[in-house]
Design a protein around this ligand. Sequence first.
Ligand SMILES: [Zn+2]
Length: 326
Amino acid sequence: MITDRNPHKYHLIIILLLTALALASLAACQAAPATTTPAAPTASATESTPASASEPSATAAVTSQETLTYVTSLYPMYVTALNLTSGITGVEVVNMTGTITGCLHDYQLSPGDLTTIETADVFIYNGADLESYLDQVTDNYPDLPLIDASAGIELMDENPHVWVSVSLMMRQVEAIAQGMAQQDPANSAAYLANAKTYLDKLAALRDELHAAIDPLPNRDIVTFHEAFPYFAQEFDLNIAAVVEREPDSQPSAAELAQTIDLIRELEIQAIFVEPQYVADTAETIARETGVPVFTLDPASSGPLEDPDAYLEIMRQNGEVLVQALR
Ligand SMILES: [Zn+2]
């Protein structure tokens, strides 16, 4: 897990040993790559999204240097990849689904998506069976390297919304960083250093959220789709009911009545909807029960330019919970 710092240590030791031996110029050559800092500070190249890549400028400018393209399946993986590639030249990150909202259950690949995947050197996906189309990717591109962000994470009831827990997001960051370092060894030190920076920010966020949420007297929440179990587990909240399991499934009249009964019975103080979904069912429940509706964001979509988006969304969620549950 914590390979972030170790490579530097080992590199130093190796360099010291080699220098001490003061022997082979051959050995010195091997040591040299370890000291090169791969992050040349022309970062702006990273920010530019696909457009520039297809511009065949008169002379095929830099022949040896091709862009390494990471394509991500889902927004949280995209934001993570942005952070991990920060300052590294010659790499770009493309979110396959652009700014499509929601968390893409039962998503069908469009011809455009396949075109995007065609440009990928590495495909990064959430895993936990969220990408039901994954077979189609591996069938069409059997040689495309994949990074499964949820590899090794223990799931609750096969729920794929792993990233909504800050701690599990950190596990995903580690998995993605390791995968990138493996796929692009020349920049591995930079990926791992970026991972360290981002993980520190996430750890600080988690502390902040604990400080805000831990003291709240009320722990029962009603959510709109099944996106929050990992978050609830992390911050010791109780999901008393889920209004609709997924965006397109309207609850039956009986289910609705049952939910309303439960809210009254448990004296639920707040219903949480998500910005990505229409909220009319939640509003019906709110009208029936008099319980206010708040917005809680599972970070399954957001701005493409903002590497801090996940941090900001989760911080905002903390503020909403404090409002709703105090
Ligand atoms: Zn979902």
